[in-house]
Design a protein around this ligand. Structure first.
Ligand code: AGP
Length: 610
């Protein structure tokens, strides 16, 4: 949820940490701070509310020259409101120890009480501030910073990625990790440490991931890993991350969200590249080959996810059940982990996550780790925690998704769910070949929708003043309507809810009037007539309707106020095309309201706390 960056080396740490933090602002950005050690080992602590860019001004106001060691943090508040005093780094009273932290310390209340009795005072409301005081407490007993750091870490319960530095050890950085990502980039005579590789890759692609229950002592161009559970040193070579930092750049788009929506054709291609082939009628998913035997005995699939990934999972439920005949249940990860439910060994758990770091989804995987069940993943972030926790999985290959609102990841997730369905379909289902052919046609159809962006923008602008919106659909379009509602609400702050169109008479129709518009997914398929009836019911009550219809359809336009057409597709793949329309619609409503569409208020890109 927060962004952490540290530097130790021959260059100016302040510059490298600030640029790294800017790359991580998608993880949270309500406040930021940096601790700097100059060449004499003298420390400076700077913190502020708001975006990372403000830190540069604070640094410019100091007389600091070169700072070979620095740690920085961009925050999404979990404990304590966004404020300067709650911003990281946190320090001990005499400002000789500095700590940045991503995660949650579950036993921070008892630690604060105990430290309070030992004479420590707390300036902030945060759980994090217990860490520098803990280190200080042990340093006073051992006069050895590394020992003090280890002792402090062993007192902590919860989830954390911790980075510390101290004037008592000005030639080292100290990192520790449990359930929250931490990666070290290694260069000649320097190291960059961060909670996400995107802060490192402009400097080096040679990285090593700190694993759970490990501590790292990092020096200029070298690192030492210690397994804290067994108090022994760990040997782990760096790996080469084949990740193009340019992908993460904005290009000539005004916002990452629009850039990522316009990547839809490429996203569909990359998600299916080398995996599906209509001419040979084959589907190859290398990530599942190691569990091919176990997959044969799966008689139930439980999908767990959050937010957009959850709605992709709901589309996946329809796909998997229709194409494979395997019963599927989709659960919100935040609910799954607390449920007591029967879970047989022939049930597979399928976690879907763009970031691969969502705490609720991680907790769901942790819950079943002793069940002896197959744990699968559909993840976008390579090497992420969820990707490493599962027995097997399929990467989305959508590239970095920077906008908080997930767009291309949803498209990729649904494509991957379709591929898995085809892979698991036993009897060469009559949908098999048509779907393989449709996958190859989808990028072109997605492009046709993107080409309508100016028309969709004109329609969207008409709806920016509304305060409520209903999204309705039937069949495969029902879960897609739920996702459309999430997209609109999270970037435009308009109250939007998704509903099965067939449910209108069971309540939602009561809300409808001229001030409560409806977005209706009325694409071609066996349920079109019924959805058109819903549109007529809404119109009869003075409601306003924006509809998505299939090119060539004449019926919908008779009833809806605005119609956006998508190319004809199969019922099973229409959600992919409908989603692109709703993503564009939501984006243009939000930009018409002059909102920060890439960084919506109160949200963060990766929710790494429960
Ligand atoms: C989607 O637009 C939201 N940003 C959010 O709901 C997101 O989908 C959810 O937090 C799950 O994230 P994940 O896919 O990285 O696990």
């Amino acid at each position: 949820m927060c962004g952490i960056v540290g530097y130790i080396g021959r260059r100016n740490g302040a510059d490298i940490v600030l640029s790294g933090l800017s790359a991580l602002e998608y993880r949270g950005y309500d406040s930021a701070g940096i601790a700097l050690l100059d060449e004499t080992g003298e420390a400076t602590l700077l913190k502020q509310l708001g975006r990372v860019a403000g830190l540069q001004k604070l640094i410019d106001e100091t007389t600091l020259q070169k700072t070979p060691l620095a740690i920085g943090h961009t925050r999404w508040a979990t404990h304590g409101k966004p404020s300067v005093v709650n911003a990281h780094p946190h320090s001990n009273a005499d400002q000789t120890i500095f700590v940045v932290h991503n995660g949650i310390i579950e036993n921070y209340v008892e630690l604060r009480e105990w430290l309070g009795k030992e004479g420590y005072h707390f300036a902030s409301e945060t759980d994090t501030e217990t860490i520098p005081h803990l280190i200080d407490y042990y340093y006073k007993k051992t006069s050895n910073f590394e020992e003090a750091f280890v002792s402090a870490i062993k007192e902590i319960r919860g989830a954390y990625a911790i980075l510390a530095c101290s004037t008592m050890a000005p030639d080292k950085l100290f990192a520790a990790r449990l359930s929250s990502p931490m990666v070290i980039g290694v260069n000649k005579d320097e190291c960059i440490v961060a909670s996400d590789p995107s802060a490192i890759l402009q400097h080096t692609k040679e990285v090593v991931y700190v694993q759970d229950n490990e501590m790292a002592v990092i020096e200029k161009g070298s690192y030492r890993l210690v397994d804290l559970a067994h108090d022994k040193q760990v040997q782990r070579e760096t790996e080469h991350l084949d990740f193009d930092i340019n992908q993460a750049n904005l290009g000539d788009f005004p916002h990452f969200m629009l850039k990522e929506i316009f990547e839809a054709p490429q996203t569909i291609r990359l998600a299916s590249l080398g995996r599906s082939n209509a001419s040979t009628g084959t589907v190859k998913l290398g990530g599942l080959e190691s569990v091919a035997d176990q997959l044969r005995y799966i008689d139930r699939i439980v999908i767990v996810a959050c937010g957009t990934s959850y709605y992709a999972g709901l589309v996946g439920e329809y796909l998997l059940e229709e194409i494979t005949g395997i019963p599927v249940e989709v659960q919100l990860a935040s609910e799954f982990k607390y449920r007591n439910e029967p879970f047989s060994r022939s049930t597979a758990l399928l976690a879907i996550s763009q970031s691969g770091e969502t705490a609720d989804t991680i907790a769901a995987l942790q819950k079943v780790q002793d069940y002896g069940v197959l744990r699968l993943g559909i993840v976008n972030a390579v090497g992420s925690t969820i990707a490493r926790m599962t027995d097997a999985g399929v990467y989305c290959h959508a590239g970095p998704e920077q906008a908080v609102a997930s767009t291309k990841a949803f498209i990729a997730q649904v494509v991957v769910l379709l591929l898995i369905s085809l892979k698991l379909s036993k009897n060469g289902d009559n949908l098999y070949q048509p779907l393989l052919e449709e996958i190859e046609a989808l990028p072109g159809k997605a492009q046709q929708i993107l080409d309508q962006a100016p028309a969709i923008e004109r329609i969207a602008k008409k709806y920016k003043k509304y305060r409520d919106f209903l999204f309705i659909g039937r069949g495969y379009s029902f879960p897609c309507a739920l996702e459309g509602a999430l997209k609109l609400k999270e970037v435009s702050y308009i109250h939007a809810e998704g509903y099965a169109a067939g449910e209108m008479k069971h309540g939602p129709l009561a809300m409808i009037d001229k001030d409560f518009p409806t977005f209706a997914l009325a694409t071609s398929g066996p349920l079109l007539e019924k959805t058109c009836s819903n549109i007529q019911e809404i119109k009869a009550r003075g409601g306003v309707v924006v509809a998505v219809a299939t090119e060539g359809d004449k019926l919908v336009a008779k009833h809806a106020d605005d119609v956006i057409y998508i190319p004809k597709s199969l019922e099973q793949t229409e959600p992919i095309l409908e989603a692109i329309v709703m993503q564009l619609f939501s984006y243009y409503v939000a930009t018409a309201k002059d909102l920060d569409v890439d960084r919506p208020r109160n949200l963060a890109k990766s929710v790494t706390v429960e």
